[in-house]
Design a protein around this ligand. Structure first.
Ligand SMILES: [Zn+2]
Length: 271
């Protein structure tokens, strides 16, 4: 699943190709992708809008269309491609935006789990954006904020995935952040020390920045708009490394499941 660094990589790739372009027409081939408003209204309202910019909140892409936002969540397998308008459609192209330069922006999604919302800028409350917590780099992400939010009888692994606390941490980076912070993923949020919390903040930023720099991590079939494959996978320390030696102490890395999510950690470094 694309996580924050992958979505940021897609955003940076897309922006170079579509910024300033006008959407002349939109065709929806799979209605389930359009979450709001109803498809006929979506198609009509997005016509003739200019893509002023593309922003990102958590794992959502936000196409800034002047007085509207097109909000897009890629979920498991969503991808954007830029193609010539006369190029044949692929099997899983579900939403087609015809641009004013004879190109098409095509949303492709083999699993069809992705969602799009088209709202006026003051209607973000109609979208999941309004429920997101802080971005990892938000100045308001402080020890006190996080201590308050994490003060629960739930494993820290689970709490870091809660997008209403910090937005943008997915399953892969969660493991990496906890490894660097030397915290056992089963530790309850309420039992974390102040140092643990400060380490989580620092390492969240470090891990995600490094991943963005590398173009994200490729798991399964994810590719960015340029077809660039994320290089961060080669840098992962514990995620996906079952039975391999811990990069710090050489102890075998363990795989376990916490609230249904595959979790990797070093039982020696993360006691
Ligand atoms: Zn270790």
């Amino acid at each position: 699943m694309p996580e924050l660094p992958e979505v940021e990589t897609v955003r940076r790739g897309l922006i170079k190709k579509v910024k300033g372009r006008k959407i002349l027409k939109c065709k929806v081939l799979w209605n389930g992708i359009i979450a709001y408003p109803e498809v006929s209204k979506f198609v009509k309202e997005i016509e003739n809008k200019v893509i002023k910019d593309i922003e990102r909140r958590g794992k959502f892409l936000m196409f800034n269309l002047d007085d509207y936002y097109l909000i897009s969540h890629l979920r498991m397998e969503g991808k954007y491609f830029i193609k010539d308008h006369n190029e044949e459609l692929s099997k899983h192209d579900h939403v087609i935006f015809s641009l004013d330069n004879d190109k098409e922006l095509r949303y492709n999604d083999t699993r069809k789990f992705g969602k799009m919302y088209l709202v006026k800028k003051d209607e973000l409350n109609l979208t999941p954006i309004s429920k997101l917590g802080l971005e990892p780099w938000d100045k308001e992400l402080t020890k006190d904020y996080l201590k308050d939010k994490l003060n629960r009888r739930l494993p820290i692994k689970t709490l870091l995935l809660d997008q209403s606390i910090i937005t943008g941490i997915g399953n892969i980076y969660d493991d990496e952040i906890l490894f660097l912070s030397k915290i056992n993923p089963n530790t309850y949020g309420k039992d974390l020390t102040d140092k643990n919390i400060l380490d989580i903040i620092t390492n969240t930023r470090t891990v995600l920045e490094k991943a963005i720099e590398k173009g994200g991590t490729t798991i399964h079939t994810y590719t960015s708009v340029d077809g660039i494959t994320g290089m961060f996978q080669q840098e992962l320390l514990v995620h996906g490394k079952k039975d391999m030696p811990c990069p710090t102490c050489k102890h075998k890395i363990i795989k376990t499941t916490i609230n249904g999510r595959g979790t990797y950690y070093c039982p020696n470094c993360q006691k």
